[in-house]
Design a protein around this ligand. Sequence first.
Ligand code: KG4
Ligand code: ZN
Length: 334
Amino acid sequence: MRVLGIETSCDETAVAVVDDGVKVLSNVLSSQHEIHGRFGGVVPELASRAHLERLNPLIEEALAQAGTGWGEIEAVAVTRGPGLAGALLVGLTTAKAVALALDAPLVAVNHLEGHVYANFLEHGPPDPPYVCLLVSGGHTMLVYMPEEHRYEVLGQTVDDAAGEAFDKIARFLGLGFPGGPELDRLARKGNPEAVRFPRAMAGSGDYDFSLSGLKTAVIRHVREERQAGSETSPEDLAASFQEAVVEVQVQKTMAAAEAKRVEAVLLGGGVVANSRLRELMARAAQSRGLRLLHPSEELCTDNGAMIAAAGHFRLARGERSSFDVGVEPGLPLR
Ligand code: KG4
Ligand code: ZN
């Protein structure tokens, strides 16, 4: 089945054409980083307007790159939440119009499910059960999946999301937006043991995370040093901060995998593009004999292909969304 996937939940307008939930024919996106960069975060109204201007041409581009005509699109998958209401509305309304015009089924997808299914694009469907770590700009959670499309949230952040922490620290250090990729690049040249920042909730015995204390610790460290006239290099700071985030994520993911007795661990979300996260996760998984799956870097951050993939597997189960379906900015994973 050839599915058109549309994603507009945040600051990337993204469209893809995917065959059978695994074969990416095209995957194009228009990122709004240049619009939001100077504000240091996503401005919802500007995001909606940019989606509105960019989505139609992007759909044409996705079809052209896939070498497919409108008539060959068999279904339309679109994100309905979680995300920014106005931004979601642009994607969902467009998807409804396309589905209606083509007389094709519509399937409205949870964005987080998209991040999980990004793994299916390159590896094919793994055998459940698995444990999945979802780390993005808006979410940080550990999920147990006993079977496809069934989610048991084991734990999540009690304050900031991991990506949000990366973005805030990057902003504090005067780096660009989004901050994750810049910090990652800087950290590669730094010493992760230069400063021992707190590993928040590492010993809490549950699967929850907390990141706002770490953010405060980094800022306090820099201010105290400045007063004392000394300074840790930005590279060392970035590496030490990143290490504190990643170490707890690896530890909790492995603990969940062991407790749930799964053989596979899936990673999803923009922060999975982080090189240190992949490195430490791979090491930990290998030493435990676990299969580790993560999307390639460009499929970790928001894209249309992951939405098409998640939609495909729902459609294959006979699911369809009604044309009455609305956006749900706080849509939970269930
Ligand atoms: O999944 P995503 O594209 O959008 C949301 O659903 O939020 O994730 C975006 C987040 C941003 O906070 C960005 O800074 C972070 O992912 N990110 C990274 C890296 N690349 C993107 N964080 C750490 N290291 C990276 N290499
Ligand atoms: Zn995302």
